[in-house]
Design a protein around this ligand. Structure first.
Ligand code: NAP
Length: 313
């Protein structure tokens, strides 16, 4: 491998353009050498390929790929990349099912490459300080409120409403990626109510009751129909006060006041993700934590579905 990790980005949609390309440009471990897009064009004059097979056939020297496609098609592309010996950065969720992610992890180990199941919300500024603050507190309860306007944040993304797109759990899994990082005890699903529009296959809203292994109740409220102010908040009641992690993990406060400062300077979620990816590539290991995906799978196993009015974008 060259000194810098030669990376290609696959699937030039919203997240690739908004976050991956700028992050790759700011993290010196990486060199963007190509893009792969069925519909897009070359970026900054870099080589551009229609699909990952064409990228491989070109003979270009590639060390890694970042897969920014919808989850339903990610496994096949990831397996192809692993077969080429390329390190693989998976956007969240790492797959549409747990079994396929497990199969990818085994394939990556067998091929000796690094597989990264990325959870961008874990790299928000408030998350590590929240984890540190909660580590030696007694937690009495927690509430997760993730209410956003799907028309604003996911315009035209029909895949989100299809099986394997997770509906409101596409953003909801970000909340769970934070909860599973900051809450000290494992949590499990006790009950879930899922509202699925009559013309769609995935939930538009959900209410979930979790409990952790210490018996603490954790409530989650998700809604894709939120207009006006948006909420991406986690509130944890403890024996030493109330911790609030607002703005998707970006803003931490204790009892409404000053928060502990971050132990590390994360410089934003996606640069943080790419620094972590470089770290695991250089260390020759993988980083695949499926715990947020497992909770979503359990919600779908345990939940009661109610059909609600059709959703028309
Ligand atoms: P998007 O805007 O719909 O982009 C996905 C891209 O994947 C498409 O533009 C397309 O790119 C490619 N693609 C779509 N269907 C494909 C298929 N059948 N085969 C191969 N490629 C296909 O979606 P997105 O918002 O970027 O989300 C992509 C992933 O990033 C999701 O897992 C999502 O959860 C995650 N994510 C999104 C956000 C966000 O705010 N949007 C934030 C964090 C993470 P080409 O036309 O270039 O081939």
């Amino acid at each position: 491998m060259s000194a810098r990790i030669r990376i290609a980005v696959v699937g030039m949609g919203k997240i690739a353009k908004d976050q991956h390309l700028p992050a790759i440009a700011t993290v010196p471990d990486f060199d963007l050498v190509a893009t792969v897009s069925r519909s897009g064009e070359s970026i900054d004059g870099k080589p551009h390929f229609h699909d990952i097979e064409a990228l491989a056939a070109s003979g270009m020297e590639i060390d890694a790929v970042a897969l920014c496609t919808p989850p339903q098609v990610r496994r096949r592309i990831a397996q192809f990349a692993i077969d080429q010996g390329w390190h693989v950065f998976l956007e969240k969720p790492p797959g549409a099912t747990l079994s396929e992610v497990e199969a990818l992890r085994k394939a990556a180990d067998a091929r000796g490459i690094s597989l990264f199941a990325s959870w961008h919300s874990r790299f928000a500024d408030g998350v590590e300080p929240a984890r540190a603050w909660l580590a030696d507190r007694t937690i009495r309860s927690a509430t997760i409120t993730w209410r956003e306007d799907v028309r604003v944040w996911h315009p035209g993304q029909d895949w989100i409403w299809e099986p394997g797109g997770f509906g409101v759990f596409d953003p909801g899994i970000n909340a769970l990626s934070i909860a599973t990082r900051i809450l000290p005890n494992p949590m499990f699903v006790e009950q879930a109510d899922l509202d699925v529009p009559a013309n769609r296959a995935a939930p538009i809203a959900a209410r979930v009751g979790f409990r952790d292994t210490a018996g603490t109740a954790i409530a989650m409220d998700l809604d894709f129909r939120q207009e006006g102010p948006q909420s991406w908040d986690i509130v944890v009641e403890t024996d030493a006060g109330t911790l609030t992690l607002a703005k998707g993990g970006g803003e931490l406060s204790i009892d409404g006041g000053a928060a502990p400062t971050a132990a590390v300077d994360l410089h934003g979620e996606y640069p943080g993700l790419y620094r972590r990816f470089a770290e695991i590539v250089h260390a020759g290991v993988s980083d695949v934590d499926v715990s947020p995906l497992r909770l979503v799978a359990d919600i779908f196993l345990r939940g009661r579905t109610t059909i609600v009015e059709p959703f028309v974008e």
